[in-house]
Design a protein around this ligand. Structure first.
Ligand code: ZN
Ligand code: ZN
Length: 359
């Protein structure tokens, strides 16, 4: 293979907590064995980026670091051992790239692989013109998906869409069952679409009227504003909606996608016979629970961190088949405005998921 000239990477780096990201030109070497370099088409802005930058969560890689873990783009260069025909291929990069070989990976727990690489956390991520990552689980995007989507839009598949996809798959949600989403921001909103596409009766709960309206357009069959309601009142409302929608009284699948204490209390308060609670949002807060309810109701509580990369091809197929829509819920911003976009996201001013597009 011809030695290629070093790539000039236009990158935005986190240099310290609370500081604006700093623009730098990095010189990229060739990808190492088993890795490849993607020219970024889009990189989604996630709450996790704000957690690193402004809310005290430490990145695993050292600063300065390029943040961003929701990447789509074209493969431009491959390292040794990586199929050269991938060059030019449009891809989506899973937010969590497992090693594929350890005990956890072999047991199907790839998303919690201890050797995992997360771009924008373990190493430089996607707030840049290029990103170099392990090639193993990078997911090719077919012409069927690109017929209806632009590649930059698909960046959000890497986390905002795939994480609730994993949660719904794990819950074994069946046709006609009741799915309740608590908090319908980015993750919950896509969860609503996925559950509706799976044939469930979907109830969205939130305290934001705008988000509830969006949940309705994403396929929620009922949207309940829970502001000021007690857990008991919420439970009554959800029961009424379940009845109205002809959903079963039992076996509810409850998805906590708000990442708040109030949301988790609601999730636990909705547990009934045979319920499954999926904790998808994250908070450091604690709550007091009667765990015996799990025994009394034969209920289960689980969680998931990201999405297994092996589910990505199926997820992209759902998008190609228009079971899941991406375009109405994303907005495009130039990468050069990343600091302004982070400000807006932190202030809760974005109605849609922001995707940064390099110029
Ligand atoms: Zn994320
Ligand atoms: Zn592993």
């Amino acid at each position: 293979m011809m030695p290629s000239s070093p790539t000039k990477i236009d990158a935005w780096l986190m240099t310290g907590p609370g500081k604006p990201l700093e623009r730098q030109t990095l010189t990229g070497g060739s990808p190492a064995g088993g890795e490849l370099t993607v020219e970024v088409a889009g990189c989604g802005v996630c709450h996790t980026d704000l957690s690193f930058l402004r809310h005290g969560v430490k990145t695993r890689g050292e600063l300065p670091l390029v943040l961003g873990h929701e990447v789509s783009g074209h493969v431009r260069e491959v390292g040794e051992g990586v199929e050269p025909s991938l060059i030019g291929q449009p891809v989506v990069v899973p937010a969590v790239l497992p090693c594929g070989e350890c005990e956890l990976c072999r047991s199907g727990f790839r998303t919690i692989c201890r050797e995992q690489i997360m771009p924008g956390n373990d190493r430089h991520g996607g707030f840049a013109s290029h990103v170099t990552i392990p090639a193993r689980y990078v997911c090719p995007v077919g012409d069927d998906v690109l017929a209806e989507h632009e590649l930059w839009e698909l960046a959000v598949v890497s986390d905002a869409v795939s994480t609730p996809f994993q949660a719904v798959k794990r819950s074994e949600l069946a046709q006609g069952e009741l799915a309740v989403f608590i908090g319908v921001g980015g993750i919950g909103l896509h969860g609503v679409q996925i559950a509706a596409a799976a044939g469930a009766r979907v109830v969205a709960l939130d305290i934001d009227a705008g988000k509830l309206e969006q949940a309705g357009s994403a396929g929620a069959h009922a949207a309940v504003d829970v502001s000021g309601l007690s857990i008991k009142q919420i439970r009554k409302r959800v029961k009424e909606e379940a009845g109205r929608l002809g959903a079963p009284r039992h076996l509810w699948k409850i998805f906590e996608t708000s990442g708040t204490r109030a949301g988790q209390e609601t999730a636990f308060g909705l547990i009934g016979f045979g319920s499954r609670v999926a904790i998808v949002g994250f908070t450091m807060d604690r709550l007091e629970l009667r765990l015996s309810n799990l025994m009394a109701f034969d209920a289960t509580v689980g969680g998931n961190w990201g999405c297994d990369p092996v589910l990505y091809p199926e997820l992209l197929r759902w998008i190609a088949e228009k079971k899941i829509r991406v375009r109405p819920f994303v907005e495009r911003h130039p990468l050069a405005t990343v600091n302004e976009v982070l400000d807006a996201a932190d202030a809760g001013k974005l109605q849609k998921r922001a995707v940064l597009v390099p110029s």
